[in-house]
Design a protein around this ligand. Structure first.
Ligand code: SF4
Length: 419
């Protein structure tokens, strides 16, 4: 962390509040396809690797304890800068703030997070930006000791999409493109379901990420395991899917027996615009599968969410997708928007100033929830951290490799003028 940032934190601390505490290192962890273990699903330096140590050893390690101590003391943690950035941009908007609020509501006082004083801030509106705070979850952590309760697991990076905001560690489809871009891509990674260092049998809340979970054999293996245990009704399963593969009947049937099911369907735009950003996607298939999930959600207790990553291509037309989702029956509160920060070439704050002005004007009238608009406007008004030429170059190189043409005409025209 550079000195300027450090000074900023020290100044922040003068108000007597803790600005760095996050509940996640106590109750949660994220395991990447290469075995790296992280504090959360945000891209950061790993705190260990399950090929070197067991998950339990990592959870109890001095490294993790140092991080926890820093958080309790209100000191900055190197890998959590994205949350601090979000906190600086808009009060109470970071994932940190929202998981803290969620955990506070979820865990009885004096049980898990007791001696720590957590900021008592609230979320700006009912329509929570990421909607991590969800009262339905209140019972999940009640009356339980401090231990890993929630794991994000990327069993493999196998994927049939190469979304522009992703990379080879999380999608095998990126391998060739990264080679052509002169990068050193990650190869295929896969963690065995019965990996000896990854005993997740007593963790009740599992979130599957990828890669595409429904292309992974481990997803089915876990269901096979569940069907043999008595604990099946305690499990909360959360799948983040690209929507291209509908799960097998066996999996769907097993879901009817678990405690809670959440399906998070990732869609970034409507129709051909989505297929452009989420390379490999076929809108017709996605549409069909989304409607199947909507149908399924009417038949048994499941929560269907849609997640959209805000980026340079969709920022001017997010209302199209949003209104279509409402029209087909997705609950307004289950449509989540996430701001893309990486790669920086796709981050909206790196758009050129003239286009930002047009967008800022458009956002006065656009039909989107107030919170989403506020956050987008804050980012549009924020300073760029790379020149627009880099943005154009990234888009052009990928377009050439993938033989694609950016369908967002207004942005394409600006890019043409820049080159
Ligand atoms: S502060 Fe943010 S980045 Fe750090 S562990 Fe919490 S949610 Fe993750």
């Amino acid at each position: 962390m550079d000195r300027k940032k450090e000074r900023q934190y020290i100044l922040q601390k003068k108000d007597g509040k803790n600005h760095t505490f996050c509940i996640l290192p106590w109750i949660h962890t994220a395991v990447n396809p290469n075995g790296d273990v992280h504090l959360c699903c945000r891209k950061s330096e790993p705190v260990g690797n399950i090929n070197d140590e067991t998950l339990e050893e990592i959870y109890n390690s001095d490294r993790l304890n140092e991080i926890r101590t820093k958080m309790v003391n209100g000191d900055p943690v190197k890998w959590c800068e994205k949350c601090y950035y979000e906190d600086r941009l808009i009060e109470n908007n970071s994932i940190r703030q929202r998981v803290n609020k969620w955990a506070k509501e979820s865990i009885k006082k004096g049980n898990v997070i007791q001696p720590f004083s957590v900021d008592d801030n609230t979320i700006p509106t009912e329509k929570v930006f990421y909607n991590n705070v969800d009262n339905d979850w209140v019972k999940i952590f009640e009356d339980q000791e401090v231990k890993l309760k929630w794991i994000d697991i990327y069993y493999s990076n196998i994927c049939n999409f190469a979304c522009r905001g992703c990379y080879s560690l999380l999608s095998t489809k990126w391998y060739d493109d990264e080679k052509k871009l002169g990068m050193e891509p990650h190869g295929f990674h896969s963690i065995r379901f019965d990996h000896p260092s990854l005993k997740i049998y007593d963790i009740d809340y599992i979130r599957y990420l990828g890669g595409e979970p429904f292309l992974m054999k481990q997803t089915e293996e876990y269901i096979d395991y569940l069907l043999k245990t008595e604990d099946i009704d305690k499990k909360i399963l959360y799948y983040i899917t690209n929507g291209s593969v509908f799960p097998k009947k066996k999996i769907v049937n097993a879901w009817k027996r678990i405690k809670k099911l959440v399906i998070m369907f990732s869609v970034d735009d409507y129709g051909k615009y989505n297929d452009y950003f989420r390379h490999g996607s076929d809108w017709k298939i996605l549409r069909k599968n989304l409607l199947k999930y909507i149908d399924l959600s009417k038949k048994f207790d499941m929560e269907l969410r849609v997640s959209t990553v805000i980026n340079i291509y969709n920022v001017g037309r997010l209302d199209v997708l949003y209104n279509w989702l409402i029209e087909v029956g997705i609950k307004e509160s289950n449509i989540m928007f996430n701001m893309l920060h990486q790669p920086r070439e796709l981050c909206i704050k790196n758009l050129p100033i003239d286009y930002k002005k047009i967008l800022i004007e458009r956002y006065k009238y656009i039909d989107l929830p107030y919170t989403v608009k506020t956050i987008i406007l804050k980012h549009l008004k924020d300073k760029s951290n790379i020149p627009f030429n880099d943005v154009v170059s990234f888009t052009n190189k990928l377009d050439d490799i993938r033989e694609q043409t950016n369908p967002v005409k207004e942005l394409r025209n600006i890019m043409v003028k820049t080159t």
